[in-house]
Design a protein around this ligand. Structure first.
Ligand SMILES: NC(=O)c1ccc[n+]([C@@H]2O[C@H](COP(=O)([O-])OP(=O)(O)OC[C@H]3O[C@@H](n4cnc5c(N)ncnc54)[C@H](OP(=O)(O)O)[C@@H]3O)[C@@H](O)[C@H]2O)c1
Length: 341
């Protein structure tokens, strides 16, 4: 089968399209004929080994020390079930699904193995594969972090990095929970973030939100520039700081800070489940969660997709097409926001 393969760490051009063996299916696995995946921040980090301060060794355990452990990237897939293992009963051949391959990667290929226990759900009926796949990476991350803080109706939630894959999902989920949402992004993304449900937008290029008088029940940091020391004064008593991205000290000190301050400080996403993904699918089918899709690339242009993701400026998700059934514009930025195909 065709796949985007990288055999050494480095820049976007380390990723090439090559022939690799089709994955085999274990008794608990689902094999998917992939229609779409995304090129995500996780792919960028695994390929480039650019990880926050102090996390190099920990990351190497997952992605490889001298060369990539898993030469096919791709954290998520949308496609059609090709085969299932003997123990799989919830899905069968021909089902349209979305799934998180997660740390196993493998989504940037014509066929991907979704291991037993991974988050997998039927695709929203009102979304194309290319829109549906955008629910997985950012949606599951935002869902699993926010669930730990349980924002109540009326709670004040700030999402830093509100225009990325995780941020756009966090804004939508917090708004769905009835929270008053403040999104932090650059001015060009104000309209997008507002359209997703933010009540207020702070342009980080002209205003430092940590200098403002507002306080929050929940702060979601999707950028990595909000360590506890910087935002502690903005947290209401019992408030939560959700560190979607942080460095080693932030990771190690989070439990201690929680114990000492009465705030919830966590850098742990937990384990995204099939139920979490089904929750997002239900929201999407009800029109309460939108696909946020930036550029779409064909597999042959995978290095270009990586180059764009490396800018750190993508809006929501960059989609990789593994089939050519949807005539999508190749490199034009498009924020679909729509729930229908
Ligand atoms: N802990 C986990 O399990 C987990 C899971 C998923 C992702 N992550 C990490 O979480 C982070 C976010 O992931 P993502 O997929 O959302 O990333 P992303 O989509 O690549 O984020 C890109 C967005 O970040 C915005 N941005 C850049 N600098 C900013 C700043 N200083 N302030 C506010 N916004 C800024 C950009 O907007 P502008 O163009 O407007 O600047 C852009 O829209 C990544 O570091 C990723 O590695 C962690």
């Amino acid at each position: 089968m065709r796949a985007a393969v990288y055999r050494r760490f480095g820049g976007p051009d380390t990723v090439r399209v090559d022939q690799v063996p089709r994955p085999t299916v274990g008794t608990d696995d689902v094999l998917i004929r992939v229609h779409a995946s995304t090129v995500s921040a996780a792919d960028h980090r695994a390929r480039s080994r650019e990880v926050p301060r102090g996390l190099g060794l920990l990351a190497a355990m997952g992605i490889g020390l001298f060369r990539p452990k898993r030469p096919v990237l791709g954290f998520d897939v949308a496609g059609v079930v090709e085969a299932v293992g003997a123990n799989v009963t919830a899905f069968g051949q021909g089902d349209e699904v979305i799934a998180m391959t997660g740390a196993y990667f493998g989504g940037h290929a014509e066929y991907a193995r979704v291991p037993g226990g991974a988050a997998i759900a039927h695709k929203p009926r009102n979304m194309s594969f290319e829109n549906a796949v955008t629910l997985v990476f950012g949606g599951l991350t935002a869902r699993c972090f926010l669930q730990q803080a349980h924002p109540a109706p009326g709670a004040a939630v700030l999402v830093n990095g509100a225009s990325g894959a995780v941020g756009t999902a966090a804004v939508q989920l917090a708004a769905y929970a009835g929270a008053h949402v403040t999104g932090v992004c650059s001015g060009g993304n104000r309209e997008l973030v507002t359209s997703l449900g933010a009540d207020r937008v702070i342009d980080y290029t002209t205003e430092d939100f940590t200098a403002g008088p507002a306080s929050y029940d929940v702060i979601v940091d999707c950028v990595g520039n909000d360590p506890f020391e910087r935002v502690r004064h903005l947290l209401k008593p019992g408030g939560a700081l959700l560190l979607v991205i942080t460095d080693l000290p932030g990771l190690l000190l989070a439990p201690l800070r929680s114990r000492r301050t009465g705030h919830l400080v966590t850098a742990d996403v937990g384990r995204p489940t099939a139920e979490d993904l089904a929750f997002l699918v239900d929201l999407a089918e009800a029109g309460s969660f939108q696909a946020v899709r930036d550029r779409t690339y064909d597999l042959a242009d995978v290095a270009e997709a990586h180059r764009y993701v490396d800018t750190g400026r993508k809006r929501g998700n960059v989609v990789l097409r593994l089939t050519d059934e949807e005539p999508a514009p190749k490199s034009t930025a498009q924020q679909t926001g729509e729930a229908s195909s």
